[in-house]
Design a protein around this ligand. Structure first.
Ligand code: 6LW
Length: 524
């Protein structure tokens, strides 16, 4: 048994960070995760010790890199990137998924890759290629004249398989996919990666669906071009799952990428959720690390995987600036910090940075409930089980909307997707012009309810969301007040579903604008 590092704390990258893929270049590790309908797409994280991780950029930081993101619904968009480094170039390959199309429509997958010489970016514009599936991965076969392969998951009602094409990296031209494995018979064989070790090509995949049945399985072959029958199946599959450990906090373990550290020790990064009572996991699927030993031919993954409520990712200075310091890369201008997320492509005219800690947001004709478009919304991932965010609202202008019934609101939300969110928001109705209200808006599976209280005035209002293992607490106070008022306590269970995780978002709708100041994120 090798002595693995024991100083890391799982999840190594907390909050909504599913489908991790990793590569090492010398002493540096780079890791990417999925972002679905959010923009910018695919954060890239860096570490030199597998313990401390910092976001160094976003792979898809310009709308022209992901031109169809505005056509994706809930859980669609950017799925399962793979990062690889080969001969001085970094590659990220991924799929944009149009979930509004039927399963048999192969135009619902749009596969592409981008490249960079510096992992922090800038990353290139996309090279699109034909592949009738998702979860595409790269393998650069240096044993085999440098041939490059793409593996992916081809899955619909009739067939399910992991298939592989040869790809011309210059043009994106691919050969017809060849089925290489169908998995062990569980549903949804996906997330393939290939690695070469001791004369064998190892194929690692996920199966069982991304819920509690999730698992990692493997097969291997001496010949990468082998057909399905020539891949030898790992006798100890699944190499990891928590399916049989329902009492563990960590559930839904799967979707792995295998790698070696600088000392030659093996690890896996994989996705999992911290599920309280099995059903409270608002942060969705997070990135975990697991030590791996090889028992001769096959890997043995240490389990159960344990987790902590707090972790060492990102120093939690309370204040989380909206803007960076003036940046030479941006013509000496200020721009939004790389950890802020929008829905699809934001209308940038609605987001005005005043300085690092203050911005003015302006509403639009879109509500948080609207699929496919980008309401005025910008937020940060919930990354700790117990945390508290606060933000000050001032210069609040909630005007009548002359030609529509759109409510004019400005607030703070714990947002999963357009059918699942809770929000606290100042609100003025068209018909009750003088009635300023504070609403709790709740959308669970698309059923919306609004409860409100009337405020006598509001010059500067501070809004807060606090979290615990199973609940969100929405609070407010006027700046001059000492004590907080709790507006509502809600279960986080309704936001524990799907592929994404909770984002704490600022939002404005209708004919409204507000100044947001001093966003703080405190780990409790
Ligand atoms: C991911 C795939 C999956 O691409 O979910 O359930 C997708 N499985 O592997 C989104 O994370």
């Amino acid at each position: 048994m090798t002595n693995h590092s024991s100083s890391y704390r799982n999840p190594i990258i907390p909050g909504f960070n599913p489908d991790p893929s990793i590569c090492r270049v010398g002493n540096d590790y780079y890791l990417v995760t999925s972002t679905f309908q959010f923009f910018p797409g695919i954060p890239i994280y860096h570490s030199q010790d597998l313990v401390n991780w910092t976001q160094i950029g976003n792979v898809l930081a310009r709308p022209e890199q992901v031109p169809d993101l505005d056509k994706t619904l809930i859980n669609g968009g950017i799925w399962a990137p793979t990062i690889r480094y080969h001969k001085g170039t970094f590659y990220v390959i991924t799929t944009n998924v149009f979930v509004d199309k039927p399963h048999l429509d192969f135009t619902r997958w749009r596969n592409f890759f981008v490249t960079a010489t510096k992992p922090s970016g800038p990353w290139s514009n996309p090279t699109f290629f034909e592949y009738p599936g998702y979860d595409t991965s790269f393998f650069f076969d240096d044993e085999n004249d440098g041939q490059v392969y793409v593996q992916g998951s081809f899955y619909h009602q009739i067939r399910k398989e992991i298939s592989q094409s040869k790809i011309n990296i210059e043009t994106g031209e691919t050969s017809a996919p060849n089925r290489i494995w169908s998995g062990t018979g569980e549903k949804a064989p996906e997330a393939p990666h290939i690695l070469y070790r001791n004369g064998w090509y190892y194929l690692i995949i996920a199966e069982g669906g991304t819920e509690t049945g999730h698992r990692v399985t493997m097969a291997r072959s001496k010949n990468i071009d082998s057909d399905e029958n020539d891949w030898e199946v790992c006798p100890t599959n699944p190499v990891i799952t928590h399916f049989d450990l329902p009492n563990e906090l960590v559930q839904c373990v799967g979707h792995a990428d295998l790698f070696q550290d600088t000392e030659g020790r093996w690890y896996m990064v994989l996705l999992a959720s911290r599920a309280y009572d099995g059903e409270h996991f608002p942060m969705g699927r997070e990135t975990f690390l697991a030590p791996v030993n090889w028992d001769g031919d096959w890997p043995i993954v240490q389990r159960p995987i344990k987790a902590v409520s707090a972790n060492s990712f990102t120093k939690r200075t309370d204040l989380r600036p909206f803007g960076t310091k003036n940046d030479d890369n941006y013509g000496g201008k200020q721009h939004w910090g790389m950890d802020w997320l929008w829905l699809r492509f934001p209308d940038t005219s609605k987001y005005h940075l005043l300085n690092q800690n203050e911005c003015i947001l302006t509403g639009s004709d879109f509500l948080l409930d609207d699929p496919k478009i980008s309401p005025t919304f910008v937020g940060l991932r919930q990354s700790h089980v117990k945390c508290r965010v606060t933000v000050e609202l001032s210069n609040i202008k909630l005007l009548q909307n002359d030609d529509s019934n759109l409510p004019s609101t400005a607030g703070l939300t714990a947002y999963l997707d357009c059918k699942h969110y809770h929000a606290i928001a100042l609100h003025r109705c068209m018909d009750q012009e003088h009635d300023l209200r504070l609403n709790h808006i709740s959308s669970t599976s698309g059923n919306k309810s609004i409860n409100s209280i009337t405020l006598s005035s509001a010059s500067t209002l501070i809004l807060a969301i606090e979290t615990s293992e199973k609940e969100f607490y929405f609070e407010y106070k006027e700046q001059k007040e000492e004590n907080w008022h709790r507006l509502v306590t809600v279960s986080n269970k309704d936001l524990s579903t799907g592929f994404t995780g909770v984002i704490f978002g600022l939002f404005v709708t209708g004919n409204a604008s507000a100044q947001y100041s001093n966003f703080s994120y405190q780990m409790l």
